[in-house]
Design a binder for this molecule. Structure first.
Ligand SMILES: [Zn+2]
Length: 315
């Protein structure tokens, strides 16, 4: 359904400057987006989403909150106000719904203030063509969910997709490690599976979300082999509660900055649109960097510069 309200309603986003903050990992859930996703599925599929839509509530079990019911254009204005109030200049939304016109209309209206990665099944023979359309529509790359969707990126079936990503300059963000999604299968959680792919596509940036969500050691080893592997810091990082030996957030930052360097660590909150924006995560991470004595240059790379470079936000 073409949305007449998709035309940009906001002035183009100005270039960012040192001192600005870019949230490199956020989400977007609205009534319209879920309705669109469910309209393509048989009635018995995606039960959790159907229930969420019926109740107009979304979120982790027991903590669901109201789903916004906004047009893409209204949502773009809402999103920009929301991040602006938190002192964030731009955000990069990780799409979890493939082939979404609602999201295309949203990013067109957001006019660079909010960017997005699309969602593609990399095994699908149609994946390269879909990626080409999505990049033309303004997406900056792809979010992949191997743990939740149970696939391996080393699978030869994914090769044509990565060849296309390389050709188009698409960045790839991947969720490995533990997940709140009840369908997650930890046999697909190990980032080492990315090794032959990151090796063979050295110009494609790969961002492992949430410091690898429990697989930080594997991410660091992968990052040693492949300079194109980065991490994002997003989320509560409550995987630390299940990590042996115990680590603090400062320990996690220290390991990532030592192993990968400040050019390969991207700040994010994993904020969605139902609960309030995660200002506390921004505060916690910025305070951690401050207490660690990070230099202005390191802070600017982590909080802004790396996102601009990796996702080509100002190309
Ligand atoms: Zn996320």
């Amino acid at each position: 359904m073409p949305d007449a309200a998709a035309a940009p309603s906001l002035a183009p986003a100005p270039p960012t400057r040192p001192g600005d903050v870019i949230d490199a990992h956020t989400h977007l859930f609205t009534v319209g987006l879920l309705e669109e996703a469910l309209s393509k599925e048989p009635p018995e599929a995606m039960k959790r989403f159907r229930q969420a839509l019926k109740e107009r509530k979304w979120g982790r079990s027991g903590r669901e909150q109201t789903l916004p019911d906004l047009t893409p254009r209204e949502c773009a204005a809402f999103y920009v106000d929301r991040i602006g109030a938190a002192g964030v200049s731009r955000a990069v939304v990780m799409s979890v719904m493939p082939d979404s016109q609602w999201t295309r209309d949203f990013i067109a209206a957001a006019n660079g203030h909010v960017n997005a990665l699309c969602n593609v099944d990399p095994r699908d023979p149609g994946a390269p063509a879909l990626l080409e359309r999505e990049m033309a529509a303004g997406f900056k790359g792809v979010k992949l969910l191997p743990v939740n969707r149970c696939y391996r990126l080393s699978d030869p079936a994914c090769r044509p997709f990565f060849e296309k990503a390389n050709e188009l300059g698409a960045a790839i963000c991947i969720h490995y490690g533990v997940t709140v999604d009840p369908t997650g299968d930890l046999r697909y959680a190990d980032p080492i599976d990315l090794s032959p792919v990151a090796r063979d596509f050295p110009d494609v940036p790969f961002v492992i979300a949430h410091f690898g969500a429990g697989w930080l050691d594997a991410v660091l080893r992968l990052g040693y082999q492949c300079r194109n592997v980065c991490v994002d810091t997003s989320g509560t990082n409550n995987w630390m509660d299940y990590h042996v030996p115990s680590m603090t957030l400062a320990d996690v930052f220290e390991r990532a900055l030592t192993g990968l360097g400040p050019e390969r660590v991207l700040f994010g909150t994993d904020a969605g649109t139902t609960a309030p924006y995660r200002t506390w995560i921004k505060y916690q991470q910025m305070r951690t960097l401050e207490q660690m004595g990070a230099s202005d240059r390191e802070r600017d790379l982590i909080l802004r510069g790396n996102a601009v470079r990796v996702f080509r936000l100002e190309a």
